[in-house]
Design a protein around this ligand. Sequence first.
Ligand code: 6PG
Length: 243
Amino acid sequence: MDSRQIIVVEHPAAMAAAAAQRLVDRIAHDSRCAVCLTGGSSPEGLYRLLADEPWRGRVPWDRVHWFMGDDRFVPLTDPRSNMGIAQRLFLDRSPAPRGNVHPIPTDTNYPEGAANLYADELQGFYGAEKLDPARPLFDLVLMGLGPDGHVASIYPGSRALDEKQRWVLGVAKAGWEPFVPRVTLTFPTLASTREMLFLVDGAGKRDILRRVFAGGDLPGSRVYSDGALVWMLDRAAAPEGVS
Ligand code: 6PG
């Protein structure tokens, strides 16, 4: 599929509410569902909303499984941990069963070890070692865009850009702060979703968004989705001509 849809909202609060609605719509079916979360500051408004009514009451907590698209190789208790932030902002404050929260295991010795364990966990959840585009792994994958065009922990020029086989990779050197090693899902794994939803806000992202939409050789231009690909921007981030 993958025809890019761009949605511009007025401000970050409107973005959080619109993203919450999309999330709830994507998991409104009767079977088990899976959401892949993202780090960074852009999803924080959404995470806060999910912890409180009315959104909290709209999430079928028993049926939803929460994964993370990339994480910093630090303990969950470290303020830089993406899953730690998501837990503090909403998962720990929600009725989500513990077994439905799937952090990247950053308590291993090396990022590669964590990547292998997380690949096993994702494959166990999916029930196969090979992704079938007709049967997506996730219902929704949330994404952010770095000021250099990176997505998840896939940076410009990184070998992870061309990974087609492995589901998860260790990243020894981060291309953007915080400069700690990372673990990241690869493009084919992130693409295995009914919807990939980018949340990008602030005037500081306008220039990189312009380059991404112009098709520059950047992770943000190369990332794809087997399902819908939605870029939600606030007005401050939207490049000229995008409304
Ligand atoms: C990370 C993120 C990263 C993030 C972008 C955008 O671990 O750093 O997953 O890819 O999404 O850097 O971050 P902001 O939303 O803070 O701009």
